[in-house]
Design a protein around this ligand. Structure first.
Ligand SMILES: O=C1O[C@H](COP(=O)(O)O)[C@@H](O)[C@H](O)[C@H]1O
Length: 242
């Protein structure tokens, strides 16, 4: 388990560029090696960073298989729907087959939606714990990542690949999230965070030595890497950046 790699760049535009470069070079390497690229995407600011840069990428989009790291259980017409954001800002701009960008079924109960989404994951990873090539992660100001919140019982989930949550402290309350066994089996987990508003929590997570680490600090793939891409304000309280 390697220590996280931290890259600090001057601005949000460069965070987006670095993130997209990492994703596209991993994609092209995976496609060359295995003919497929498996990718997990998040909502919030990570979605914005990806959608700013990925439409310009040179890659074989037909080989991408994209799942959500977490998704909100809301209709596609709801502004909180992460799928709708990617549809408008990525799927409409690149030739990725829509059936390779796996949407959550918003018409099911949250439990059934999680089971149904896990079945979709199994069509790409039939056996064992899925190993994504890249998971693009965000982190909220409380240290949550995906829809794994501090102190929540889902932090201990070991059986499910995707789990339902009905009491998310951040609205909307019903969501489906990847669990730690899958997250920590990825080849690469990349966080991207920007702004002074994230500086305290970035410091807390990257310098976390507590017995009860925050969710984002628990992202430590056993056989993979963790990369943090930060703009200067978000890195402002890290020892190494002083
Ligand atoms: O609710 C969510 O929040 C996190 C963090 O979002 P950010 O905008 O603060 O970066 C996000 O990673 C997750 O996918 C989303 O559902």
């Amino acid at each position: 388990m390697a220590a996280p790699t931290v890259k600090v760049v001057p601005s949000e535009v460069e965070v987006s560029n670095e993130l997209c470069q990492l994703v596209v070079s991993s994609a092209n390497a995976a496609i060359k090696e295995r003919g497929v690229f498996t990718f997990g995407v998040s909502g919030g600011s990570a979605a914005k960073f990806l959608c700013n840069g990925l439409p310009q990428a040179s890659t074989d989009w037909s080989k991408w298989r994209v799942f959500f790291c977490d998704e909100r259980l809301v209709p596609f017409s709801d502004p909180e729907c992460t799928y709708a954001y990617y549809k408008a800002n990525l799927l409409s701009k690149v030739p990725i087959p829509e059936e390779h960008f796996y949407a959550l079924n918003p018409n099911l109960s949250v439990e059934d939606a999680a089971d149904d989404y896990e079945k979709k994951l199994r069509t790409v990873f039939p056996d064992g714990i899925p190993r994504f090539d890249v998971l693009s992660l965000g982190m909220g100001p409380d240290g949550h990542t995906c829809s794994l919140f501090p102190g929540h019982q889902l932090l201990k989930e070991t059986e499910k690949m995707y789990a339902p949550i009905s009491d998310s402290p951040k609205p909307p309350p019903q969501r489906v999230t990847l669990t730690f066994p899958v997250i920590n089996n990825a080849a690469c987990c990349v966080f991207a965070s920007c702004g002074a508003g994230k500086a305290d929590i970035v410091q807390q997570v990257l310098e976390d030595k507590s017995d009860e680490p925050l969710p984002a600090a628990r992202v430590r793939p056993t056989n993979g890497e963790v990369v943090w891409i930060l703009d200067k304000p978000a890195a402002g309280k890290l020892q190494a950046s002083l």
